[in-house]
Design a protein around this ligand. Structure first.
Ligand code: AMP
Length: 281
């Protein structure tokens, strides 16, 4: 870990390109929306190991929010993020403004069909269109050899992998395991928005996923049964289930009987805060 090096922060695409011109070797890229935590840092660590240069972007992408309030309330603390990144040994932080990425009269969007319309895409209309658009733009700007994403947003990784394949992009998409709090809650920038009681109760997401895994291991494959056991666990807390789904890992289509490799995924509201998580059987 290099803590003495001055952090290189660039705000424009031109400056990023200028800096990159002097670089040799492979580039690893970690896109984030900031309010960094250990989940983000685990992606950076892996990128550091596998590449000569590492770029981290911080950009709260307005296009992937389907609710104005959610966008407005999304946690933001750039000073804190840059302080954290000083100790993360990254070569460059890309910190663009909204106008840098979406100048006036911006009009091009990417839609990865089918997978973008289910689960997260169904609950958050337009979300994956926003995600695919920003990720494609950032991959074009960084020209990264590898880009790192978290399993926590598993449907997002599928959308991005499909886009990369369909559009013949050269970047390799690397999916990293979910980093959790001690009680199992997946680390997330949004966790800070939970009140004390909600924060305690939110451990129930992982508890329900572990229960699903346990049922599967004890040879209960009926998804209705697994989901209803998960619901029972979740319903003990003051939360509202948006969806619980057990899907095939390729198409993300719902399955009736669970098999090894299937994904159990869920979205749950604690008050207005919506949390997601998943586990691979
Ligand atoms: P975000 O800033 O929430 O958009 O996340 C940026 C990247 O970090 C995405 O690829 C996320 O999937 C990943 N990420 C977020 N939380 C975690 C976590 N708890 N463990 C691993 N990766 C994560």
């Amino acid at each position: 870990m290099n803590t003495n090096k001055k952090l290189c922060v660039v705000k424009t695409i031109n400056n990023l390109e200028r800096i990159k011109r002097s670089w040799k070797g492979e580039i690893g890229f970690v896109p984030t929306m900031g309010y960094l935590h250990d989940g983000h840092l685990s992606l950076i660590k892996k990128a550091r190991k596998e590449n000569d240069k590492v770029i981290v972007s911080i950009f709260v992408n307005p296009k992937q929010f389907n609710s104005k309030n959610d966008y407005k309330n999304y946690p933001k603390d750039t000073k804190r993020d840059l302080e954290i990144l000083k100790h993360a040994n990254v070569d460059c932080v890309f910190l663009p403004s909204d106008l840098e990425l979406y100048p006036k009269e911006y009009s091009t969007h990417i839609k990865v069909e089918e997978i973008s319309d289910i689960l997260e895409g169904k609950s958050r209309t337009g979300h994956f269109k926003g995600v695919a658009t920003i990720v494609l733009k950032l991959l074009n700007v960084t020209r990264a050899d590898r880009a790192y994403f978290g399993q926590k947003d598993i449907q997002q990784t599928k959308v991005i992998k499909k886009m990369v394949k369909d559009l013949n992009l050269k970047t390799k998409i690397v999916v990293c395991k979910t980093i959790r709090e001690k009680d199992g809650l997946a680390k997330s920038s949004r966790n800070i928005l939970l009140n004390n009681n909600q924060r305690k109760e939110a451990a129930v997401l992982f508890e329900s996923l572990v229960a699903a895994q346990r049922l599967f291991k004890s040879r209960i494959y009926d998804c209705q049964k697994i989901k209803s056991e998960m619901k029972k666990i979740l319903n003990k807390k003051n939360c509202k289930v948006d969806y619980i789904s057990i899907v095939n890992p390729n198409k993300f289509s719902e399955v009736k009987n669970a098999k090894k490799g299937c994904i159990v995924t869920l979205a749950v509201y604690f008050g207005k805060i919506r949390l997601i998580d998943n586990i691979i059987l």
